[in-house]
Design a protein around this ligand. Structure first.
Ligand code: ZN
Length: 653
């Protein structure tokens, strides 16, 4: 008995589970957004999902927040709707309208249709929409404690500039002080600011609603001098109303602008009405810990133009050393040469004991060796210096070595190597050595690395026989795996859609004699950063990543959609362009554009690398299209043709 009873309960639970899953299937399924999700949008966003499939002669009257929304025959829907700040609820209501009832309407019956509550399914979903920045009101003197400078801590030294901002009541007088170090430094009100929304500016039309123009932002700065010294200092900001005399003066000076009537409420304040606020962030001036030397402990590290900002240089190997002169939050600033500075993530380096300086090298001889598939430039140095490789143009590579001084009397050419046209060097400034390599053909790919203290640049020669795919080593990367990527209205995941296209592409390329390597050929997990590693390990000639698109919150999917292609390094743009062209031709989709995009799989330099966004997962018609073999084959055909064209045009160049 004891044993049977729990089994009964388990059975009952099973029945309940199955029935609840079943009833769920009969309702409205919202794929995106999720309940309580924070929407990064400003005034509108999209919502997608599906309704239970209907019989052939049925259709839905489907509304979200009262707005009629189309339902695709397979049940999928997508809407782009206005939202308001705060908790915001979508009310969804679908009425199953029988076709015969429609006929009645056409025959002259009044009213829409017979709305039987049994035919109605309802649901609601609440999301969180962040409050936009709100302009402070004039009838209260106020500094906004939530308006942030974009840092928590900064170490500055003589010659650095501390830039500060506050938001408060518009039209006032503002200033700041820092303990005994700086007193009453004036701040000025800036022009009204727009709150830019990155998603809209890159993937949409760049529209900024008027409601997002903010007045009352004040800025000021302090140039740090040698005498300023202190630890963990806070900044105090002050705000006081415009003086009565200045208001009266403005009124007496014609022409009087309407906006100046806004000054009237300030007349109620006196000169002693001052508000102040202490900064949550802290600053150090002339901290004796700096400068210090750091060494990279990550195998692949990027250095940047600012904390969390664009890349100054990618792929600095483990062991590279640099001098750091200050910090902001989790970032050090490195002085790479006399004028060149770059930011390094604190967790990716170790601090060397005080007294150790970064390496110094004098470069006397540069030479190169020509192999079958690559040309190897050799730079013997005394240590591992930070470096930067730039594609100046299609046939011009620039190597910059920081902390290196030229003593170059000799550059040895390999006679008979026709790919290298001219090699020149320049000491751009103290601590910055530059070598320019001009080539007779376009750049295919290159690699830079250290072996011991010798720095190498390897230039890859273009593969032989560019008339054919035969023997070309091509890596196909079906995007995502354990993360599903974007999800379509009826639940098709991007990882599945990507794989379907990739498998057809692989088959096609193999038929044409290419050696195809897939980063995954089933649903198994592959880490994003393993994909370039797989490609490099396989000595690939080129790389194509297959994806399908979604949009950031707030961008209108009905306006912004189509096929698109992404590259990172200039030497990959022609491959991206060729594939994009064939995609548009084969699939007859809208042109969503060619992009330079900072995507991990496109950052390697060794080969041309592109990422294709074939269609849009989130649009019901396109999701349905992605399920068809016909569309998958068209994409495979287009990408194959694109690669062939790229090879052919490279040869004819
Ligand atoms: Zn993707």
């Amino acid at each position: 008995m004891k044993n049977i009873f729990p089994i009964k309960i388990i059975l009952l639970l099973l029945v309940l589970l199955i029935s609840s899953a079943y009833s769920k299937d009969k309702g409205i399924v919202v794929i995106y957004p999720k309940p309580d999700q924070v929407i990064g949008a400003v005034d509108s966003t999209f919502i997608l999902g599906h309704l239970p499939k209907l019989e052939k002669d049925e259709l839905y009257d489907f509304r979200i927040n009262g707005v009629k929304v189309d339902v695709h025959p397979d049940g999928g829907f997508l809407a782009f709707l206005p939202i308001d700040p705060g908790p915001f609820t979508f009310y969804l209501e679908a009425v199953n309208v029988y076709k015969k009832d429609f006929k009645k309407k056409i025959d002259g019956f009044s009213g829409l249709v017979n709305i039987n509550t049994d035919n109605t399914i309802k649901d609601s979903l609440t999301v969180q929409v962040p409050e936009p920045l709100i302009q402070s009101k004039i009838d209260s003197l106020y500094i906004d404690p939530h308006f942030h400078n974009q840092f928590r801590f900064k170490a500055l030294k003589a010659g650095d500039r501390l830039r500060l901002m506050i938001k408060g009541t518009p039209l006032c007088q503002a200033w700041f002080s820092i303990g005994s170090i700086a007193d009453s430094i004036p701040m000025a009100e800036t022009d009204p600011r727009t709150q830019a929304y990155w998603g809209e500016s890159v993937f949409g039309n760049g529209a900024v609603p008027d409601s997002l123009l903010i007045k009352g932002i004040y800025s000021g700065y302090l140039d740090v001098t040698d005498e300023m010294r202190g630890d963990s200092l806070k900044v105090t900001f002050f705000l006081k109303p415009p003086s009565v005399e200045s208001i009266i003066k403005r009124f007496l000076l014609p022409p009087l602008e309407m906006s100046e009537l806004n000054l009237i409420p300030f007349l109620k304040y006196s000169d002693t009405d001052i508000v102040s606020i202490e900064s949550y962030f802290k600053v150090n001036f002339n901290d004796p810990a700096y400068p210090m030397t750091v060494r990279f402990i990550d195998s692949v590290q990027t250095i940047r133009y600012g904390p969390r900002k664009g890349y100054f240089s990618i792929f600095q190997p483990e062991g590279v050393e640099a001098e750091v002169i200050g910090c902001e939050d989790d970032w050090y600033i490195a002085q790479l040469s006399e004028t060149q500075k770059a930011w390094i993530f604190k967790n990716s380096v170790e601090i060397l004991p005080h007294g150790i300086l970064p390496p110094q090298s004098f470069l006397r001889v540069v030479r190169y060796y020509s192999g079958d598939s690559k040309i190897r430039f050799e730079f013997p140095l005394n240590g591992k210096h930070p470096y930067r490789i730039t594609e100046v143009d299609r046939r011009h590579l620039r190597v910059q070595l920081f902390g290196v001084t030229s003593d170059t009397d000799w550059i040895r050419y390999t006679f008979g190597e026709e790919l290298i046209d001219l090699v020149t060097w320049e000491q751009v400034e103290p601590g910055l050595y530059q070598l320019d390599i001009r080539m007779t053909r376009d750049i295919w790919g290159y690699d830079a690395f250290y072996e011991g203290n010798t720095f190498y640049l390897e230039i890859k020669k273009p593969p032989e026989n560019l008339n054919s795919l035969k023997g070309k080593r091509i890596v196909i990367d079906p995007g995502h795996s354990s993360d599903p990527g974007s999800i379509g209205p009826t639940g098709l995941t991007e990882k599945v859609a990507n794989l379907n296209i990739a498998l057809k592409l692989a088959e096609r390329l193999r038929d044409k004699g290419a050696t195809v390597i897939m980063t995954r050929s089933d649903s198994s997990h592959v880490d994003l950063y393993d994909r370039p590693a797989i490609t490099k390990a396989n000595q690939a000639d080129l790389f194509v990543s297959i994806h399908n698109n979604a949009l950031p919150d707030g961008v209108n999917p009905f306006v912004n959609n189509g096929a698109s292609c992404y590259y990172y390094h200039p030497h990959s743009i022609n491959l991206a362009r060729a594939i994009q062209k064939e995609m548009l031709k084969e699939t007859k989709q809208k042109d969503y554009g060619l992009y330079h995009g900072n995507l991990a799989v496109n950052r390697p330099t060794q080969y041309p690398a592109v990422l294709v966004e074939c269609a849009f997962m989130i649009i019901p018609e396109q999701e349905a299209m992605l399920k068809t073999e016909d569309f998958q084959k068209k994409c495979a055909k287009a990408i194959t043709k694109g690669i062939e064209k790229f090879l052919k045009e490279f040869k004819d160049d």
